[in-house]
Structures are given as C-alpha cells and as structure tokens.
Design a protein around this ligand. Structure first.
Ligand code: ATP
Ligand code: ATP
Ligand code: MG
Ligand code: MG
Lengths: 153, 169, 153, 169
C-alpha cells in the first residue's frame, strides 16, 4: 500500500515533469513529498518554474500560470490512470491565445483514447470539437439543445 | 466503457426531455451565460450518485427539480438517465458483465422520494456507485473539473493534493 | 450612524434595482436586510431574478450570472460614492459576448467621471480603452511596457 | 483626485524602472499569461500601504522584490511611486491642501528595511493611508476587484456584504 503510493507518485511525477514543459512551451516542474519518511501521511508539494523564470512560491504565479500548472498535473494523472470519460467546465477561461492553443493540442491527443465533455466560451476550443452542442434559452428559463454552426474563418 | 447518451427531464433548467448523444473524442457544449451548460455537467454528477446539494449549487436536493420560469410551471420530479456501452477492455462489472449496454437512472420527486435505476430495475445508490467506480464519471478528482475549480489543486494543501495521487493509484 | 447606514443602504438598493436590469438586459434584483430591527448587526441579502427566470437561490445562478449580479452591485455602490479611481482585474472573464458588451457600455459611462484601470484578455473590452498598455516578457522573467496596436476589424 | 503616473522599479517582475502614464477614462492593461499585468495592480495596492503579503500572493513581504530571472540577478530593493493630481472638487487633505500634485512612494529593502515617502520626505505608513483614505486607491472594497474575485460578494456571507454598504456610507 505504501509501495503502491510510492510507485504511483513516481509515475505521476515522471509524467508531470514531461507534460508541464510541453504544455507551457518550456520551463520545468516537479512534485515532491513533504515527508519522505512517512508515506502514509505525507502530503504533496508542487515546484514549478515557468520558461525563463526562477523557481518561486507557487502562489506568486499568475492566474494563467496556475491554471496551466494544474492542467499539466491533471494530464499527468490522466496518463497514469486514464478515465474513459473526462469533464472540463471552462478550464480554458484564464488562458491566453498561446497557452490555449497548446492546451487544445494536448486535449485532442488525450481525446483519442477517452471521451471528453468540454464546456467553453472559447472559439478556438470549439474548433477542436468532434461534436458541438449548443444550449440556448430561446424561451427564458427553459434550456434547449440546438445544433451549432461554427462560422468558418 | 463509453457514454452513448445522457437524457435530462425536469432537471434544473431542462423541463423538457432533452437527449445528448455522445460520440468519441471531444464533445463541446457552448451557449450564452445562464443557458444551462453547467447544468448538464451537474446532471452527470447527480445521475451517478452525488449526495451533496451544495456541490450542485443548491441548498436542498429538491433544488435540482425544474422550478418553473415566468411562463412555465414547476414540475413534480427530476430525472436523468445515462446510457453506457461496454468496451472489450472495460466490460461492466459483476452481474452486468455479459451486457453490452446499460442505462443508469435517477429520479427525485418534490416530496423527497428518491429512486435509482439500472435498466429500469430499481437499485440502491451504492449499486450505481459500485458499477461506475472506475469509470471516472462524476467521482474522479482529476477527470471532473468544475467551473472555477481548475486551480484548486494549486491552492489546495499538500495533504489534499496527496488525495489525487491516491485516486490515480 | 444607524441613520446613515439605513440611508446608504436604501440609496444603494435603489441604484441596484436599476443597474441590474440595465446590465443584464431585463429581470430584477434587490438587496434586503437580514435583520430590519438591528441596524448595527444586520447583514445584507441579495435577491435576483434573471430575465424570464424565477427568483431562486443565488448559488444556483451560473458563473456568468453571478458575475453580472456582482458587477451590477458594484456599479450601484459606485454611483452612491464614486471613487476617483477603480481597478478591475479580468472581471469580464466569465462573461459571454452579449453580457460583455453591456458591461463595456456601463464601464464607458462610469469612466467619464472616474479613472479606470482594467486588466483584460478580451478584445471587445480592449476596444473601449482610452489608453492601451501592453505588458510583455520578451526577456523571460522581465516585464516591459510596450505600445499596443489593436488590429482593426 | 487623479492618478497621473505609476512607476515601478524592482517590484516583482519589473526590475527596470517602468512608468505608466494614466489619462482620463479607461486604461487597459493587456498581455500574455504571466507577463506582469496583475503585478501592476499589486504595485498600486502595495504603494498605498498594503500590509498583507498573502494578499499580494507572497508568503513574506520581501517576495515583492525582483527575485531574478534565468539571465538576471535579483535586486536589493523594490520601489513604487504614485503621482497624483488634485482636482478642484477633491483637493488633497490636511497639510497638502495647497498642492496641485504630489507623489507617494514606498520602498522595501531585502534586509526588511521599509520606507514610505510623500514628495521625497519620509513619512509613516499611516500618513499615506490617511492621505488616500477617500481616493479608492487600493483600499476600497468595491472599487478594487482582483483577479478571480468578481463573484466574491455573491459567495460572501450577509455580514461580509454589509461591509460594502458601510464603505459606501
Ligand atoms: N431547479 C431549477 N429550475 C429552473 N432553473 C434552474 C434550476 N436550477 C438552476 N436553474 C437555472 O439554471 C441557470 C444556470 O445554468 P448554468 O449554470 O448551466 O449556466 P451556464 O450555461 O453554465 O452559464 P455560464 O456560461 O454563465 O457558466 C440559472 O439561471 C439558474 O437559475
Ligand atoms: N519578486 C518577483 N520577482 C520576479 N518575478 C516575480 C516576482 N513576483 C512575481 N513574479 C512573477 O510574475 C509573474 C506573474 O505576473 P502577473 O500575475 O502579473 O501575470 P499576469 O500578466 O496577470 O498573467 P495572467 O494573464 O495569467 O493573469 C509570475 O511568473 C511570477 O513568477
Ligand atoms: Mg457554467
Ligand atoms: Mg493576472
């Protein structure tokens, strides 16, 4: 059981150290145990260094940088134990264009083996969809499903 | 295991029977503020056994029943049904192992009467939870990210983050 | 002092009942005291009904609806006691196009008498700016101010 | 009262002296994730007396001093200066009533030594706070909305919301 935690932790960490730079276009990140000796009680720390910046307190990161770090970790966990189904509600909201584009690339890759339900307001994310559902309230207070045409270009 | 359809009827802002057909890959849900997108996400969570009204943004569980609009009356119950297909590497567990497809359903009446179904037969909530334990549908910390929650694991304590590792173990 | 609170509360409430429908394009909203008898200890409740919907628990509102409600209240407070200077960091992030446009209209109106510093990723919001500051990190880790050209059209 | 310029030097991601000139109306700050936009907002808060390192996303106040990058060394102190102009209906209070323009400054050394200035003369923090009490710069609950905080008054308790009314009184 301790064994298993240690194994999983190392696996997730290996993936995280690879997903982070791929997702943000550089930099580095890793997980660390708060207490190496006590595998039953230990917590997990995150150390992250955005491209070109120094290693700093996680809280000093910007809104978008925190989101990207979290997403990179989610992807790492996903690679260790993929769920057949994944739901993301507006996770792309804090991301700028460059980060949003890299996020969409990794999303597409993961969606080859799992189903994704993604709620978004972002046009670029919509363009990655295999299926697009429009929800509207033509009659106020009553939601309906409508088919959506993405204007081209 | 794959989701093939999700059906809402009387759930939150969906008084009329509404069916979402899920294909492979990425399904995007789009629409204006307040149109019902996150309500679809809530329907998924709820259908597979969510017990906390607060995590569905309500104060009581009956808050998920369509409460009416300016030109429509409230309804008497909410119902969500989820249809799943087994795949060769992920068959259904236990007594359902031989099935290729099954449907999980939940209904809540305004009286508070609550029911769970698998293929039209009444079951207990725990039967649904056990059936879906490894599916990542609604119960998985890292495959279900709600609105505003994306950086939660950054602001979380080291102890809380550890739970994510445990889930992936 | 109780007097003053009561006066201010009523003033803010009057404005809130007007700013909310203007901002979201319909519906209604109001403030209420949790304890009418005890003006020193009372809290403040918010009741809001988006256009065409029924009055419901505030928490059931969508992300965008909550943001619009909060913004309408801020505008009401602002009208009662305008600050010469107001800072908004990505408040438009959860808003769709229609709500974003109405928000920008009211922002422009308020900016006639106060200075606004608005941080945004939103193109439509940028187009309302009187001055545009670009912040970049051409040298990683080092922020610089650059002049910004908004592509037209 | 109007802000005419904000100057950062050694503050967070701004090691080089950087000047923002503020005009009337709406000034928009734009740029990629992590470029320094919210750091500008932090600089404003800090300059006018913010005492909580946490509310500036740091764990200690010295976290606001430029800590270096991969190709630049850290610096020894952070400094922010805010230049204000009085207007006919909002003159400066107290001893500054006759002035048309004044500059508020704050400096923090890595040693922890901390200084506040008004027009190059050293003052106490409380002098700066009193001077700016009614300006809404950094200290006003309803005219200073930070990233991710817009719906805070919705999720806040009725008691917390009451504070907003008190501020507007
Ligand atoms: N039981 C109910 N009956 C009727 N309407 C409801 C019920 N529960 C929630 N709603 C309404 O559903 C709306 C919220 O929908 P939802 O959260 O899905 O919006 P959304 O599309 O995700 O919007 P956003 O883009 O702003 O996040 C609210 O207006 C709320 O009042
Ligand atoms: N003392 C410091 N020295 C050097 N860099 C710092 C310091 N404090 C913060 N930073 C860096 O500043 C960056 C955060 O900047 P900021 O929060 O202003 O970004 P932003 O432009 O608002 O981005 P977003 O659009 O994602 O919100 C982080 O990368 C952080 O590491
Ligand atoms: Mg939503
Ligand atoms: Mg920011």
């Amino acid at each position: 059981c301790r064994e298993r935690f240690r194994e999983t932790f190392d696996l997730v960490n290996d993936h995280f150290r690879e997903t982070y730079p791929r997702l943000v276009g550089g930099g580095s990140a890793r997980l660390a145990l708060t207490d190496d000796e006590d595998l039953l009680e230990t917590g997990v720390d995150i150390f992250v260094q955005p491209p070109g910046k120094r290693l700093q307190n996680l809280q000093l990161l910007s809104g978008g940088e925190k989101a990207m770090t979290a997403i990179a970790l989610l992807i790492a966990l996903f690679r260790v134990k993929p769920s057949p189904f994944c739901v993301l509600d507006e996770v792309d909201a804090p991301l700028d264009e460059a980060n949003g584009a890299r996020f969409n690339d990794m999303l597409r890759e993961m969606s080859r083996r799992s189903q994704f339900l993604v709620v978004t307001h972002n046009r670029k994310t919509m363009e990655c969809a295999d299926t697009l559902y429009g929800v509207t309230m033509a009659r106020p207070g009553v939601s309906r499903l409508v088919s959506v045409q993405l204007p081209t270009g | 295991m794959r989701i093939t359809r999700l059906e809402l009827h009387g759930f939150k802002s969906f008084p009329d029977r509404t069916v979402f057909h899920f294909g492979d890959g990425i399904s995007c849900v789009v629409g204006p503020n307040g149109s019902g997108k996150s309500n679809v996400v809530d329907a998924l969570k709820w259908c597979v056994g969510e017990q906390s009204a607060r995590s569905l943004r309500g104060s009581e569980m009956t808050d998920v029943i369509f409460a009416g609009s300016t030109d429509r009356k409230p309804v008497g119950y909410a119902e969500v049904a989820l249809t799943l297909k087994a795949s060769s590497d992920t068959p259904f567990p236990g007594e359902y192992a031989q099935l290729h497809e099954l449907q999980v359903g939940r209904r809540l009446h305004r009286t508070g009467a609550s029911e769970y179904f698998v293929n039209q037969s009444r079951v207990r909530r725990r039967d649904v939870v056990e059936l879906l334990l490894d599916s990542g549908i609604g119960n998985n910390l890292y495959s279900f990210i709600e609105q505003g929650q994306v950086d939660k694991m950054i602001t979380a304590s080291p102890a809380e983050r550890r739970t994510l590792i445990d889930e992936a173990a």
